[in-house]
Design a protein around this ligand. Structure first.
Ligand SMILES: Cc1cc2nc3c(=O)[nH]c(=O)nc-3n(C[C@H](O)[C@H](O)[C@H](O)COP(=O)(O)OP(=O)(O)OC[C@H]3O[C@@H](n4cnc5c(N)ncnc54)[C@H](O)[C@@H]3O)c2cc1C
Length: 478
């Protein structure tokens, strides 16, 4: 039972984001605390490399760093169509969460026999990410706050929360169940009905600083980066693969693709991924009085428990990032700058924000943006190889890739290098998700699913359509 108003957003809601800067706060030099580097030169002409990486987001940058750490003499070239961090990596909420399965319940449903291993690998990956950030001297405002799953439905009993907490505890997490009073003591909001606070493997990060820090580290390690260089096609050759770009070509022995939700240059990816847009508002810094009025001393990353969920967090300068709820799929799955904004969704976000924090009415938003999420039907990264095993990809993080991309880059590299590891032997790595049907069935199916998910949020009842999808192993999430 959702607390969000069903009325249309008012002129006041729309005014609160009207002057917001229409791009990611995390990549804004003036407010986001980053220094944008001079772009690395675009590729012109032919170059050779041992390894070519396509995509300068977290997946590609981690893959480059892993490759250099494995063998510092390996010649690595990374091509990025825009500038590093341009995609989801520079636009996300900064929730850096260990799970490789988009949470334990999803992992339990899909990979029960491997869940213990996946959880362990996820926690190790999260710990190693934190250690790498330290070792590489990347100041990305990492905060180990844990994550609080907030309950919105007043009919949810504490026994249900305890059940969820027990599953987490069974996998070694330190978890606290909070009833309504205790949860509201953490977060002063009238929509909160209870919470589960998981303190294990959940941190917050400044994603822009992380992406640019990884870029710097890759350059320092000797990776050659070409920005504003879009890979247009791949061609297999006897001893490798040619990565064909607009004004040049990389002849590489091996290729790793980290292109996320963007139009894939490997056709088979189109069956498995739908780009779903997610939108975010960022407030101006709160005044000390405003900050005190919301509690939130633990500064936890927060998500609510609905199908259409909000996620929110504080920044180092005490702004609130408020995102999620609408997950927008457009016919044919276009990914383009014109979709980075949606007034309809921003209006709803602004309206829900003051419903959650009535004491902050009048607070304005300084930034608004959106980005495409590489949604797949299993809600977690999957892998594949093409071109005779010389190309590997990692994609499908479905909105939980800040930490998982470090693992994704590692596994894609191991696959293309033919390395046999604990991870590459897993069904999780070997198996693909159920593909989505082609258009127009794809759009129709997604529209019905979204409608039924919203209905479940309102009524608390899971209808026949969603139960059937559950049985088929298909789904939809942001
Ligand atoms: C609004 C939003 C909020 C999110 N919040 C969270 C969160 O709080 N926590 C979390 O864990 N995850 C979150 N995510 C998901 C997370 O950001 C992604 O899973 C992660 O950043 C994926 O990294 P990536 O490197 O695979 O992809 P990207 O960061 O998208 O990088 C792909 C790169 O490839 C480049 N590219 C694409 N095609 C080509 C080509 N042909 N040639 C050259 N370059 C190419 C693109 O320009 C892009 O820079 C969020 C995502 C969005 C959009």
């Amino acid at each position: 039972m959702s607390p969000w108003p069903r009325s249309a957003p008012t002129a006041a809601h729309r005014a609160s984001f009207a002057d917001a800067i229409p791009r990611s706060f995390w990549l804004d030099e003036e407010h986001g605390g980053i220094e944008r580097p001079t772009p690395e030169p675009a590729l012109v002409g032919d170059v050779t490399a041992d390894l070519c990486i396509v995509g300068g987001g977290f997946t590609g940058l981690w893959a480059a760093l892993h490759a250099k750490r494995d063998d510092p003499t390996r010649d690595v070239v990374l091509v990025e169509g825009e500038t590093c961090g341009f995609g989801g990596s520079g636009r996300n909420g900064g929730f850096c969460v260990a799970s490789l399965t988009h949470g334990l319940p999803n992992g339990l449903a899909r990979f029960p026999e491997e869940l213990a291993t996946l959880e362990r690998l996820g926690l190790e990956n999260h710990a190693d990410l934190c250690a790498d950030v330290e070792r590489l001297g990347i100041d990305c405002e990492l905060e180990h706050t844990g994550e609080m799953d907030v309950i919105l439905d007043p009919t949810t009993g504490t026994d249900e929360l305890e059940e969820h907490a027990e599953l987490l505890r069974a996998h070694g997490h330190e978890v606290q169940v909070l009833d309504r009073e205790a949860a509201r003591a953490q977060l002063h909001s009238p929509v909160v009905q209870g919470a589960v606070w998981d303190r294990t493997g959940a941190s917050l990060v400044h994603p822009g600083k992380l992406a640019l820090g990884l870029r710097r580290a890759a350059l320092d390690a000797g990776v050659r980066i070409h920005e504003h260089t879009r890979a247009e096609d791949l061609r297999e050759t006897p001893d490798g693969v040619e990565v064909l770009c607009a004004q040049g070509r990389v002849r590489a022995r091996r290729v790793v693709l980290g292109t996320n939700a963007f139009a894939p240059i490997v056709r088979e990816l189109r069956r498995y991924i739908v780009p779903v847009y997610d939108y975010v508002l960022m407030t101006e810094p709160l005044t000390p009085e405003q900050r005190a009025s919301i509690g939130w001393e633990g500064r936890q990353g927060i998500g609510d428990d609905a199908n259409q969920f909000h996620y929110y967090r504080l920044t180092a300068d005490d702004r609130i990032l408020w995102g999620g709820y609408d997950a927008v799929y457009r016919f044919g799955g276009p990914v383009a700058a014109r979709h980075d904004e949606s007034d309809e969704t921003f209006g709803r976000l602004a309206q829900h924000f003051v419903t959650a924090f009535p004491q902050l009415e009048g607070v304005r938003f300084s930034h608004r943006w959106g980005g495409a999420i590489d949604t797949c039907s299993r809600f977690s990264v999957f892998f594949g190889t093409t071109h005779g095993g010389k190309v590997a990809y990692a994609a499908g993080y479905t909105g939980l890739g800040v930490a998982a991309t470090r693992f994704g880059g590692r596994v894609a590299l191991d696959l293309v290098d033919g390395r046999d590891t604990e991870a590459t032997r897993l069904r999780y790595v070997r198996e693909k998700p159920t593909p989505f049907p082609p258009e127009p069935l794809r759009s129709v199916g997604i529209a019905i699913t979204r409608n039924r998910m919203a209905a479940e949020d309102r009524s608390g009842k899971r209808g026949l359509w969603l139960r059937t999808l559950d049985r088929l192993g298909l789904g939809f999430d942001s």
